[in-house]
Design a protein around this ligand. Structure first.
Ligand SMILES: [Ca+2]
Length: 659
């Protein structure tokens, strides 16, 4: 190197450092603090029952104001038409048959006598444990520095179980825990738990999430006298008047909450998201409608049904200075809430989610179809969610198709669905939003097309990684250190950054393995991985079940210049399923993007799923015994591989040796 060259080199380096420093400094000043998120969830309110949705009798002045300052979707939908599965879908961005919570209760007979018994807890515990393995926007925020407070409806145990840092619901069945217990007083008796939490978060200088899901306008319909008097009038049924008054009561509490944010000067950096969990219609609604049927104190084709009065809801997102107030003509869905919150908070949306960021105009415009399911209300089949499936519906443009499924219901709540025997129903919900004219006979081509759309969606969303019959998974990698692994001589090739396990290889010829300290024979291993090669030799990496001396290796890779293909490589016998590898490769996202994998070993058979789809299967007659699992980067191939969310279910544990 000449003197001139090295001088230029030094100059260049100095310049780069200065530029880097400037970049860091300017970013520090430019970056806004993360936004607070106030999530308002109405409970049992039909889509049409707001001032801003055109109702002429019900007054909702505070929500009307919120709508006028929001990106506002008047055609929003929920994943399920009753509380528990609807809430579970909101927090996970998954559909009920994916997260496993398809109804309100698992069920133990024809009546609800066991609701608060130990039996409920016993039936519910495994379902809930499986549910909590799913990612949620609550956990995403609290694991990124947010404080989070739960108030109101919450079905999945306590606020701690849900990943909140603060909250009201204890979830203890012995003390009446089912769907919110102490939390259900919020709004109805006081707003203090919520405003107190806001003060606390401000004091702590932490961004916050507020889960405000008051038991309003839900039954008991016991509004303050002043409101009931306001809505009571000749010609209006008493149950209708009570429901209307409950809505204004709910609106008043929202006004109180929004005013408190204003008072504390928090409005500007707070995103307010509004949605309702499911619809409702009082028993006396439309008494002259020949299609109207009732169940208990409510009208059918509302709560618990796939009709618009069960599933449609306004969706609002307000964020002053960031989100332009506008009424969108496009569709919104409850499964979009998680990706929207993640994007707004500057966090990464988990890859497995199919919802969209509602603040992304292109994504909103390009998504044409939304879906939802209806299962039996108080009867779940945790090991087979489809066993209680009653309907799948989809909405595309003006059309809504409902497809009937023969799900079982062993409870008296079967009456909610068993009146409807028609295999398909089609409505033009733009012209006929109350679904008074069923038009499937007039539009057989629409029925046929949307039925196929529904069937394809149903097949694609049966994800092996998320149903409630999952065995017990434990994290294999804790995101912080190499507990559960032995590095042997490879320590220098593996490191951890932001909860991600990163392996980088060198041009030398050594294998760089990370070994589990435990051995496994039958297991399911889930993980996300991405990789990048830096030379022509591409990438050579994989997960192997490896007995070091025998050199028996079974990986989802193991072949030079072939990525994680789902092919199984056994020792020196080559690539027995190369045909499968070609097919499996089509399931992979481009190099550098995250892929989710499931690797299953059962007896001598090994299977691999890539991004939710079965990719390959291989049986090795010679394999026997337990072995450690090894994460490999191949020596001599210069590459980087990243792993996260490694979790394992040891299927042989507790059952003795299976080999
Ligand atoms: Ca509800």
């Amino acid at each position: 190197m000449t003197i001139m060259n090295s001088f230029t080199q030094i100059q260049r380096t100095a310049w780069s450092l200065t530029a880097l420093l400037l970049l860091i400094v300017s970013n520090t000043f430019a970056a806004d603090p993360p936004p607070n998120i106030v999530f308002i969830l109405s409970d049992d309110q039909a889509w049409s029952d707001y001032g801003f949705m055109g109702h002429t009798d019900i007054k909702t002045p505070h929500l009307d104001t919120l709508a006028s300052s929001s990106l506002f979707f008047d055609r929003g939908y929920v994943a399920a038409p009753i509380c528990r599965p609807s809430l579970a879908s909101l927090v996970t961005g998954l559909f009920p048959h994916q997260h496993g919570v398809t109804g309100n209760d698992v069920a133990w007979g024809p009546d609800r006598s066991g609701y608060f018994s130990d039996k409920r807890h016993e039936l519910d515990a495994p379902l809930r444990a499986a549910f909590h393995k799913n990612a949620s926007f609550i956990r995403l925020l609290t694991s990124n520095g947010y404080l989070a407070h739960q108030s109101g409806k919450w079905w999945e145990g306590s606020w701690e179980d849900g990943g909140f840092t603060h909250g009201m619901t204890h979830g203890d069945p012995k003390r009446g825990g089912r769907h919110g217990d102490d939390g259900l007083t919020i709004g109805r008796t006081s707003m203090k738990p919520v405003t107190g939490f806001i003060d606390h978060a401000v004091e702590q200088k932490k961004p916050f999430l507020l889960w405000y899901a008051p038991f309003l306008p839900h039954t008991p319909h016991n509004p303050p006298k002043r409101l009931l008097e306001k809505y009571t009038m000749p010609g209006r049924a008493k149950d209708v008047a009570k429901y209307y008054a409950m809505i204004e009561w709910f609106d008043e509490t929202c006004g109180e909450l929004l005013a408190y944010l204003n008072e504390k000067d928090l409005t500007k950096n707070t995103i307010v998201i509004y949605i309702c969990d499911n619809g409702w219609a009082a028993r006396s609604t439309r008494p002259n409608d020949p299609h109207q049927k009732t169940f208990g104190h409510f009208a059918l084709r509302s709560k618990a049904s796939p009709y618009e009065n069960g599933t449609r809801t306004p969706v609002m997102i307000s964020w002053p200075g960031h989100v332009k107030p506008k009424k969108s003509k496009h569709l919104a869905h409850a499964i979009d809430i998680f990706p929207t919150i993640a994007a707004a908070a500057g966090l990464k949306t988990p890859e497995h989610l199919t919802g969209i960021n509602l603040l992304d105009e292109e994504a909103v415009k390009n998504r044409k179809t939304v879906f939802g399911v209806t299962h039996s209300t108080h009867n779940m089949s945790p090991k087979n969610p489809d066993e209680t499936l009653q309907y799948i519906w989809c909405v595309e443009d003006n059309w809504k198709l409902l497809v009937r499924y023969p799900g079982k219901d062993l409870t008296k709540w079967r009456k909610l669905h068993d009146w409807d025997k028609k295999p398909v129903r089609l409505y033009d919900v733009t012209k006929d939003p109350h679904e008074t004219k069923e038009v499937s006979d007039a539009h057989p081509e629409v029925v046929s097309r949307l039925k196929k759309t529904i069937e394809a969606w149903h097949a694609a969303t049966k994800n092996p990684g998320t149903s409630a019959d999952d065995p017990a998974f434990v994290p294999l990698f804790n995101g912080k250190d190499l507990t559960n692994f032995e590095t042997k001589d490879a320590a220098t090739f593996w490191r951890i950054e932001d909860g991600v396990l990163i392996g980088e290889s060198t041009p030398d010829k050594r294998e760089h393995y990370l070994w589990t300290t435990k051995t496994y024979s039958d297991f399911i291993l889930d993980f996300d991985a991405k990789w990048k090669g830096t030379t022509k030799r591409g990438v050579d990496t994989g997960i192997e079940l490896r007995k070091p001396k025998l050199q028996l290796q079974l990986g989802i890779s193991g072949s030079l210049r072939v990525d994680m293909t789902g092919s199984f490589y056994a020792g020196r016998k080559g690539y027995p399923k190369s045909g499968q590898a070609t097919e499996a490769k089509k399931l992979l996202r481009p190099e550098g993007e995250w892929n989710s994998f499931r690797l299953q070993a059962k007896g001598n058979t090994f299977s691999c799923w890539i991004n939710g789809k079965k990719a390959s299967e291989y049986t090795d007659a010679e394999f026997s015994g337990a072995a450690p699992i090894a994460l490999q980067i191949h020596g001599g191939v210069v590459m980087k591989v990243e792993y996260r969310n490694l979790r394992i279910a040891d299927l042989a544990a507790g059952e003795g040796k299976t080999h």
